[in-house]
Design a protein around this ligand. Structure first.
Ligand SMILES: *[C@@H]1O[C@H](CO)[C@@H](O)[C@H](O)[C@H]1NC(C)=O
Ligand SMILES: *[C@@H]1O[C@H](CO)[C@@H](O)[C@H](O)[C@H]1NC(C)=O
Ligand SMILES: *[C@@H]1O[C@H](CO)[C@@H](O)[C@H](O)[C@H]1NC(C)=O
Ligand SMILES: *[C@@H]1O[C@H](CO)[C@@H](O)[C@H](O)[C@H]1NC(C)=O
Ligand SMILES: *[C@@H]1O[C@H](CO)[C@@H](O)[C@H](O)[C@H]1NC(C)=O
Ligand SMILES: [Fe+2]
Length: 638
């Protein structure tokens, strides 16, 4: 018995079907209920953040209705190279109910195709062991469906390296009864190279391009072809490395069970020796064994400024975005209501910023791996054009007994693997998600709050080294970034804890921020916007609110976690250090005009307008000047 465990579960299905006397334990719902249930976070109950977790797919039973049908069209998508298409789903059901819903499965052959031995202790025909990749209420666009039994749905499908089928279920999401399955549809080239994301390399003159495809290295050679704009004849090719991850790499939960989906192959090419500020054109390619090429679309980016270069430099910062659905699917419990607005507002403004920092909690896939491709597709207009630098959040990394600093299940079992593979970051080790980054007059230190940062740890040593390595004459703007709030936030649950931060955050780090005169510390995790005075040890060190100048004394703390996921409430307690609070979706833009002038703006996602701002104006001597806990030693000798 045991030896059949992993191989060919499909044979096992047949085996079980033909011996119906073998008792199949009736699906216990404990597994997904655990995932779906709200869980506690610092004293308050958090919403479940993955709509797919509401579906009790193991409970699905076979109840095919011979007169029910689902038809999907067109049959072939992406004939002109598109990676996103709208499909029409025609539902006919003689016994319609408000509880009817359509599931999108990919691969199309969803029954038994990904079952493992353990699954058979709980599932029943039709043996569905993987979650749909999205779903929609049949009445959503046509309330009349419950009378007519007919509905036309419009769904947006992206190329995810496999074919698709659409299944009609009755019984709602908790007792799904399979009524009918559609024809299979597919993209013309399911393996196409897609969803490029740019990231800075370890050196300022290097840009990395990471993308996803269905081509393993034994089938095709991946590379990026690129040239300075207007210098097509000087085109070059850079080879790409290839990575992937498997179900066994997941730590548990949905990621190792119903949420698992093959991520394909993830390629990264390193474009080196870039000329500062020049625009480059690029496209991804795969050279097949027969010598033919498969190409992506052509994209462009602007190379980074030389570190210290005095020129206009603009940075976008936000956290906690999530994924939106333009077709309204998954809508009955849309957990990330601001994601589309933030994305669209940033796309419209693409010409007016140079680099993006997404400071953790990216897709909220939470173990449903299909959601990562959908998130990458959502961000592609941005991530293919400007470096998209990411930090790790609880929804990327946390899982009990997996080495995450917080022993909670927020990653749905991913334990960091998808995020660390799908995105390149210039870290020594992407599983230790901390790194430094130079961008012109900015020096960024990106921390990883899902690993210990306290005094004495490897990460603490990194943070100190990173902060110390900014030459403030060349890089006056020193920025600290982390996912969870290690500084100050008036968020409700932090208020209940009484600390207004993660325990052991500023207690361990504020000395470093002060010593190295960090200008601004940005945090996410709390889904709102808040700006704090320049502060040190709970005391505002400056009464000014909008035009800071002179000596750098204290660090300004900003929470920018309103990228799109459901909003967080503020505490009713009045926090003296708080200058501006906004319970809405938004993001931050930093503009360095030159070595002595910086502008911070907070914009709402809904209209892109500025709702809060301040400037910092100062000279080099103002950074050097001695302040409490921020003085260089001086000898009495002359
Ligand atoms: C679909 O929407 C209708 C109308 O809003 C609602 O009554 C029904 O419960 C929904 N069905 C499911 C399966 O969520
Ligand atoms: C799985 O689905 C295929 C086609 O959709 C069907 O031919 C086959 O009988 C199904 N197998 C089981 C075990 O339900
Ligand atoms: C810095 O802030 C501290 C604490 O408020 C204050 O005592 C000190 O005078 C300030 N130093 C300067 C140079 O502004
Ligand atoms: C820096 O930029 C600001 C804002 O544009 C401008 O007012 C100021 O004159 C500039 N300073 C220098 C030294 O160029
Ligand atoms: C998205 O933006 C539109 C247009 O400004 C606005 O009406 C809507 O309320 C925004 N949605 C959310 C969830 O903020
Ligand atoms: Fe978070």
């Amino acid at each position: 018995m045991h030896r059949m465990k992993i191989q060919f579960c499909f044979i096992f299905v047949t085996f079980l079907t033909s011996f119906t006397s073998i008792p199949l334990t009736h699906a216990t719902s404990r597994y997904y209920r655990t995932l779906a249930g709200g869980h506690r976070q610092g004293g308050s109950t958090k919403f479940n953040e993955q709509p797919l977790a509401e579906i009790a797919i193991y409970e699905a039973v076979l109840a095919l209705h011979e007169d029910a049908s689902v038809k999907a069209s067109p049959n072939v998508l992406g004939l002109k190279g598109e990676d996103t298409e709208w499909v029409t789903i025609q539902v006919d059901h003689p016994e319609p109910s408000p509880d009817d819903w359509v599931a999108v499965f990919s691969p199309a052959q969803f029954n038994g195709s990904t079952c493992s031995y353990e699954d058979y202790t709980r599932i029943q025909p039709p043996y569905i062991c993987s979650s749909p990749i999205k779903f929609m209420n049949v009445s959503y666009e046509n309330p009349d469906y419950v009378n007519t039994g007919k509905s036309l749905l419009r769904l947006q499908i992206i190329n995810q390296r496999s074919d698709f089928s659409f299944a009609l279920f009755s019984g709602g999401y908790s007792k799904p009864e399979l009524k009918a399955v559609s024809n299979t549809i597919t993209f013309a080239n399911p393996k196409a190279p897609l969803y490029p994301r740019l990231a800075l390399g370890k050196s300022w003159d290097e840009m990395t391009v990471t993308w996803s495809s269905g081509y393993n290295i034994d089938e095709a050679v991946p590379f990026v072809e690129w040239a300075m704009k207007g210098h097509h004849q000087a085109q070059s090719r850079s080879p790409a490395g290839t990575l992937t991850f498997t179900q066994n790499d997941m730590c548990g939960g949905a990621a190792r069970g119903v949420g698992w989906r093959d991520p394909g192959f993830i390629h990264t090419a390193f474009l080196k020796n870039l000329w500062p500020n020049m625009v480059y054109m690029y496209r991804m390619g795969h050279m097949l064994q027969n010598g033919e090429y498969v190409w992506s679309k052509t994209y462009s980016f602007k190379a980074s400024p030389y570190p210290g270069q005095d020129s206009l430099q603009r940075v976008i910062i936000f956290g906690d975005m999530g994924k939106g659905e333009r077709d309204g699917s998954n809508a009955y419990s849309n957990k990330h209501p601001g994601a589309i607005n933030t994305t669209d507002t940033l796309i419209k403004d693409l010409e007016n910023y140079d680099i993006v920092l997404h400071i953790g909690d990216m897709s909220y896939a939470n173990g449903y791996i299909s959601q990562w491709d959908q998130f990458l597709a959502q961000m592609e207009p941005i991530s293919s054009k400007v470096p998209y630098m990411v930090a790790s959040g609880n929804h990327e990394r946390d899982w009990p007994n997996s080495g995450s600093f917080y022993d909670v299940d927020d990653s749905g079992g991913e334990c960091g693997v998808p995020a660390e593979t799908l995105f390149y970051v210039p870290a020594e080790n992407r599983a230790k998600f901390w790194y430094s980054m130079d961008y012109g007059m900015f020096h960024f230190c990106v921390a990883d709050t899902e690993h210990d940062w306290r005094i004495g740890t490897e990460q603490y040593a990194f943070i100190e080294k990173c902060l110390a390595s900014a030459n403030r004459h060349k890089q006056p703007w020193l920025i600290f970034v982390a996912h969870r709030v290690l500084g100050y936030s008036s968020n409700e649950w932090y208020g209940l804890e009484g600390s207004f931060e993660e325990p052991m955050g500023r207690e361990h780090l504020q000395h470093l921020w002060q010593k190295y005169k960090v200008d601004i510390a940005f945090f996410g995790h709390v889904h709102n916007y808040e700006r704090v005075c320049p502060i040190y040890q709970n005391q505002c060190v400056n009464n000014e609110k909008s035009h800071y100048s002179g000596t750098v004394n204290g660090t300004i703390h900003i929470v920018a976690g309103g990228g799109g996921s459901h909003l967080s409430d503020f505490s009713e307690l009045d926090t003296v250090w708080s200058i501006y609070k906004d319970h809405d979706f938004g993001f931050v833009k930093l503009t360095a005009f030159n070595q002595s002038s910086l502008l911070m703006e907070y914009k709402k996602s809904s209209d892109g307008e500025v709702y809060d701002s301040f400037t910092i104006t100062r000279e080099y001597k103002d950074v050097l000047a001695c302040v409490h806990d921020g003085c260089e030693p001086v000898t009495l000798a002359a």
